[in-house]
Every structure is written in structure tokens, then in C-alpha cells.
Design a protein around this ligand. Structure first.
Ligand code: NAD
Ligand code: UDP
Length: 348
């Protein structure tokens, strides 16, 4: 019988793409989501793309009894934990909401997993857990030092999960935790069908959805935040990764958790990035080339809290997860644009 994966936050941007890959890889999928930042339409489309059914529960991960009922009903072998709030600016205005949702939500989830004896977990972490570094290419052993409540909520969860795994060694548990902390760089793009993609609420904070909405005429002009960084063209450099490549990393992580490396348990962090960065101007230029659309932009002051340059060292993921990105920046932009064109109002 196929293994069942519980996907928290499965109706969201990355979660819905993960559901597609999981179903296509032959897993049974159970989604829990409270729909605070998503719609069930994404899950309908996941089933349309794959021709396979999944099970959906509309529930908050902080609802311990509700979650325990799901674990009692479904034979879950692994959890991928995407559920969380993710807007950096909002996290500065509402820190308690972010800690309650992200940190407490994870605590409830792992308590329920303990009770149900399910100890295999893939967690959505983020490159924002890293502190500022003199090297722009980040490796997993670089010091952590998130600078906003969102990033700190991810760093706290990582600490909790590392402590949980360390305790297994002390208690000589015969069913130890197997945990992969996946630190995402900048996921963009959409499924190549154009049926699922990123559907931000209101005005997007992130570069790619902003550029797409300028291209389609929903927004008038892009502000390029800073052109005086010490980078090749003065604008910020990031490691953009196709969302489909990203979710494939999760499938590889599950296989690794079930393999020799994790035989006696463990908790390890892996960067999921391409290992190369593009500047904001390079993104605009490539977008214009791929879509044949002109992007109206102006230079604005730097955005508070932004680094000049940040990209992944993805070697550990290649070595231990047997994963690396396959898609190019042109693919990411073509797929993001197809999603935008086919769904100018997102899922609504
Ligand atoms: P998203 O908002 O599209 O998806 C998150 C999903 O979780 C949503 O469907 C939301 O309704 C659900 N959710 C939130 N709180 C919940 C709760 N308490 N109970 C049940 N469901 C809840 O975001 P995404 O971009 O798909 O991100 C998924 C995960 O990846 C998040 O944990 C995010 O922090 C992390 N991440 C995202 C990025 C990015 O750039 N998108 C980068 C790094 C890490
Ligand atoms: N950026 C920009 N204008 C925008 C949004 C983002 O110039 O409207 C820049 C931002 O300063 C950064 C890059 O684009 O250099 C990626 O920003 P995003 O918010 O997408 O990701 P993150 O800041 O989380 O890396």
C-alpha cells in the first residue's frame, strides 16, 4: 500500500505544488489547511492535473484534538509541514500572531505526532534563518541570526526540532525522530500547466508576482529597491528557484529520511537553492525577453532589512538528498507568466 503523507498548508502556493508531485510519485496525500491564505480551488486543480484524489481537512494545526482525530483516521507515515504565516512586514506588526501560528502550531503538530508514533518530518524552513555574513553564498553551517519575527519563528522551530532529535539520543529511543529542515531560497514560478501558482493577497511583497502584475497591467510600476548595493549592477541579488524543483526536493528528502543516513534518526538542515544569484535588473531583463512585455520600473530607496546578495551553497542537498535544480530562470519566468495570463484574478 502507498505511504500516506500529511501535508499541512497543502492548499497554499508551495504546498499545492508538493501535492501534485507527491500524487504523481504514488503517495497518498492528506491535506490539512485552515485556508487563512489559500482557497480550496488549488486542491481541486491539483486533482485535475494529476487525475488522482487527495483527502482534505479544513482545520487549524493548533487544534490538537482535531489533528489527533486525523492521525487516528489516516495511516500517516510522514508529515511535510508547510502551514505557517510568511509575510516579513506583517510579522513585524503582529509578532504574537506569527509566534502563535508558526511556533505554537508546530508544537501542537509534533505533540500529536509523538502521540501517534509518527516521527518523520520535513519542515519548511527558510534562508531568512541565516544571519548576515561576509560571504554571500550561504552554507548550512553558517551562523543563524534571523532579523525579523517571521525569520525568528522559523529559527525557533528549527531549535525545537533539533532539541527533540537530541533528546532521542539521551533516552535511547527505539523510534527516533527523522527530520529534514529545508531552507528555501526564493521560490518563484508555477506548475507548467498554468493551473496552479502563487496567488498573493492584495499588493504582492515579493519581486516575481509584482513584476507579473506590472506586466499584465494590474500594477502601474515596479519599484526597484536600491541601485547602490555593492553588486554587479547595484541591485539586490537572490537565488531564485522554480517551485517545482523546490517541491521535488521534499520528495527526495522523504526518501533520504527513509534511507541509511537517517537509520538511527537525526535532524539535518539542507539549503534548497540553485547556487547562483540573479539581480533585480537581470530578472526584469529576462522577464522582458521571455514574455515580450515591457516592465515599467523606477529606482527607489533600499528596503529596510534587505541584504545586498544572498544565494545558496546547495552541495549538501546534492550529496545527501541527491537533489539539484533542473529548471532555468527562463523556465521560472515562462511558467509564472503562463499562470498569471491564465489566472489574472488568481483563484477567485
Ligand atoms: P502560503 O501562504 O501560500 O501557504 C501556507 C499555507 O498554510 C496556506 O494555505 C495557509 O492557509 C496555511 N496555514 C497557515 N497557518 C495555518 C494554520 N495555523 N493551520 C493550518 N493551515 C495554516 O505560503 P507558501 O509560500 O506556500 O509557504 C509555505 C511554507 O514555506 C511556509 O511555512 C513559508 O514560511 C515557507 N517558506 C516560503 C517561502 C516563499 O517565498 N514562499 C520561502 C521560505 C519559506
Ligand atoms: N524587490 C524589489 N522590488 C519589489 C520587491 C522586491 O526591488 O517590489 C527586490 C528586493 O529588494 C530583493 C529582491 O527583489 O533584492 C527579492 O525580493 P523578495 O521580496 O522577492 O524576496 P526576499 O527579500 O525574501 O529575498
Amino acid at each position: 500500500m502507498a505511504n500516506t503523507v500529511l501535508v499541512t498548508g497543502g492548499a497554499g502556493y508551495i504546498g499545492s505544488h508538493a501535492c501534485v508531485e507527491l500524487l504523481q510519485a504514488g503517495y497518498k496525500v492528506v491535506v490539512v489547511d485552515n485556508l487563512v491564505n489559500s482557497k480550496t480551488e488549488s486542491l481541486k486543480r491539483v486533482q485535475k492535473i494529476t487525475g488522482k484524489a487527495l483527502t482534505f481537512y479544513e482545520i487549524d494545526v493548533r487544534d490538537k484534538e482535531g489533528l489527533a482525530d486525523i492521525f487516528a483516521k489516516e495511516s500517516i507515515s510522514t508529515v511535510i509541514h508547510f502551514a505557517g504565516l510568511k509575510a516579513v512586514g506583517e510579522s513585524c506588526e503582529q509578532p504574537l500572531n506569527y509566534y502563535h501560528n508558526n511556533v505554537y502550531g508546530t508544537l501542537v503538530l509534533i505533540e500529536v505526532m509523538c502521540d501517534a508514533n509518527v516521527r518523520q518530518l520535513v519542515f519548511s524552513s527558510s534562508a531568512t534563518v541565516y544571519g548576515e555574513s561576509v560571504h554571500a553564498q550561504y552554507s548550512e553551517d553558517f551562523p543563524l541570526g534571523a532579523i525579523n519575527p517571521y525569520g525568528r519563528s522559523k529559527a525557533m522551530i528549527e531549535d525545537i526540532l533539533r532539541d527533540l532529535s537530541a533528546a532521542d539520543k539521551l533516552t535511547q529511543s527505539n523510534n527516533p525522530w527523522k527530520i529534514a529542515l529545508l531552507r528555501y531560497f526564493n521560490p518563484i514560478g508555477a506548475h507548467e500547466s498554468g493551473m496552479i501558482g502563487e496567488d498573493p493577497n492584495g499588493i504582492p511583497n515579493n519581486l516575481m508576482p509584482y513584476v507579473s502584475q506590472v506586466a499584465i497591467g494590474k500594477l502601474a510600476q515596479l519599484s526597484v529597491f536600491g541601485n547602490d548595493y555593492p553588486t554587479r549592477d547595484g541591485t539586490g541579488i537572490r537565488d531564485y528557484i522554480h517551485v517545482v524543483d523546490l517541491v521535488k526536493g521534499h520528495i527526495k528528502a522523504i526518501a533520504t529520511l527513509e534511507g541509511e543516513k537517517f537509520q538511527s534518526g537525526g535532524c539535518h538542515a539542507y539549503n534548497l537553492g540553485a547556487g547562483r544569484g540573479y539581480s533585480v535588473l537581470e530578472i526584469i531583463e529576462t522577464f522582458e525577453k521571455v514574455t515580450d512585455k515591457k516592465i515599467n520600473y523606477k529606482f527607489s530607496p533600499r528596503r529596510a532589512g534587505d541584504l545586498a546578495e544572498c544565494f545558496a551553497n546547495p552541495e549538501l542537498a546534492l550529496k545527501q538528498l541527491n537533489w539539484k535544480v533542473e529548471k532555468s530562470l527562463d523556465d521560472m519566468i515562462a511558467d509564472a507568466w503562463r499562470w498569471q495570463l491564465k489566472n489574472p484574478q488568481g483563484y477567485s
